[in-house]
Each structure stands twice: as C-alpha cells, then as structure tokens.
Design a protein around this ligand. Sequence first.
Ligand SMILES: [Zn+2]
Ligand SMILES: [Zn+2]
Length: 354
Amino acid sequence: MVPPSTAALANVLEISTQECKIDHVKVLEAKPNIKNSQKSASRGEYKCFLGSFKTPLIWTNIIGLIILHLGAIYGLTTHDYINKWKTVIYGFILGGISGFGVTGGAHRYWTHKCFKAKLPLKIILLVCYSVAGQNTLKEWVRDHRVHHKFSETDADPHNSKRGFWFSHVGWLCMKKHPDVLRKGKTVDMTDIMSDPLIAFHVRYWMIFKLIFCFIIPTLIPPYFWGETWKTAILCNCFVRYCLLLNFTWSVNSFAHIWGNKPYEKDIKPVENKFVSLVAMGEGWHNYHHSFPWDYRAAEMGKFLNCTTLWLDLFSKIGWAYDLKTTSPKLIRTMIEKHGDGSHETMRSRKKLSH
Ligand SMILES: [Zn+2]
Ligand SMILES: [Zn+2]
C-alpha cells in the first residue's frame, strides 16, 4: 500500500477550496486514516472473501443475489433474442434510464452536488433512480461519501484492499466493518436529511422500488408488443436488474483495480474504459477521485460518458445549472506532478524527447 502523496493532497486541497463549495476538503483531510486500516488488516482479521473472514454474513442478501444471478443466466441463455429484438432494445433503454438515475442522480447530483437541479429534473432523477431499484438514497449517498472520505481503509464500505470480490459484491453479503458505521457518522448528511423530496422517497422507498423497478417495466412489453410474460419477467426483473447491479458494482471493483492513473498515482482508483462504457461514464475513476466535484467525472467529458451527455442536455434547457468543472490548469498540474505518466500528453511529450 502506498500512502497518498501529501503534496498531491495539499495541492488539490488548496485549489478545491476555491473551486468547489462542497466539503471535499474534509474528504481529503481524512485520507491519512489509511494507517489505521493497515494495522487492522495486518492482524489477519479479513484475509479473503471465502477464507478467514470473521464478519457475519447476511444470508438473505446472499440467497437473493444467487437467485437473481441464476435467473439472469437462465434468461440470457434460453431466449432467441434476434426474434425478440423489441424487448432487447427496450432492455437497453430501460438500462439507460436506470443507469442515469444512479450516475446522474445518486452519484453526481445527490452525493457530490456537482450541479444544481430544478424540480422537474429532480423528479426525473428520482424516478430514474427508482427504476434502478437500489438501496435508499440515504444509504447510497452515505456509503459513497464514506467511500470517498476513507477510501481503501476499513471505513470504506467496499474497500478494494479486501480484494476484487469484496469490493464488487462481497460487501453487500456481510455485515459492515465497525469502522464503516463509526466513521460513517462523521460524514455530513444534513443536505440529504433536510431534503423533503428525499425524505418522501426514503419513506416509500420499497413502494417506489416495486412499482418503478419491477411492476411497470415488466407490464410494458406484454401490453405494447405482445411479449410473453415469462420473457418480460426474465428480461426485466432478472437480466436487466442483474446487469445494472453488476455495472454499478464494477466502479467499486474494476475501476479500483485495473487501469492507469494519469492524475494521481498514489491512490487506488484507476481509469477503466470498460467500466466507463457499461457504467455510463463512471469508469474514469482516477479523475473522479482526484476531482470529485466535477460534473463530468472525466477530463474528456463526453467520451464514453452518456451521463455527461444527458446532463449537458438538461443544462441546455436550464434544468441543470451551476455545473462544476475543474480548471485545465489544475488538471495539468496534477498530471505533471502526481500522475503516473500515462496521460496522452505525457506520452507524446516522452516520444518527442526521444
Ligand atoms: Zn471509488
Ligand atoms: Zn464519487
């Protein structure tokens, strides 16, 4: 484990206070806690996913996820999808809608406050997020803020130092580490707790989830183009839902393990094109952890980044506004001083010097 470069943190810290109103300053201040994590890991308490874990498992989640994945595999391998092209296209559209609820809504809007939204857009994001059928917004935002604040420590809910499987799905199959709960309390959630729209959504979360994630999307194919009930249920409730969850989780696993680090080499998050493709632009994760306030979550804002495309569209009609970005100067400084040299400009500079 390489501790984060204090110079890099100080550099970002200094400029982020000017550029961004949200408390990412606290996020960066907290990073030195990584030391505590190492101590605990070295006691051998959490060696591997199926090995010497002493953490109690959550069997209802494990059984539910096994059924979901078996159903998805059955659905994916037993249907003639060429003849069912309408349902396939519908699945992609539904995937895009639910994905946007997670990336544009839960992540970039509610967690990071990367932009401001007018009421119609807030409602759209809330409905899209309901189609995704994930945890309550309160849990999602808290987990993600803790993840940024205590990245790769025991307090990180999906600490990637505990291995690929833990950061991908294992963390949902077992009780949280006590540090996640303890240090989670230090995360500022006042904006979320005081939002009446979120309070309403959290209160009726299960009803929203049932209606928008499972019931309505399943009713549409049989009603509009005569799809069989079996296919409609398998495609929506298993294949689409399972893929969406895995694509979301891939940001915590793949994008914390495999890829390059052009902006900050001393942190674990990486740039991963595959994740960006399936997670609508969330795989530019080294950039995102370096500049978490940036609404594009990437330097090349629109490349493999459907979320940014949608947000730009909403900003054109004025429903998204005050979109935060990062100054090219700060990006340049990070690339030159703290990146791993894999940024395109650094590579072409090296070529020229040879
Ligand atoms: Zn991350
Ligand atoms: Zn984030």
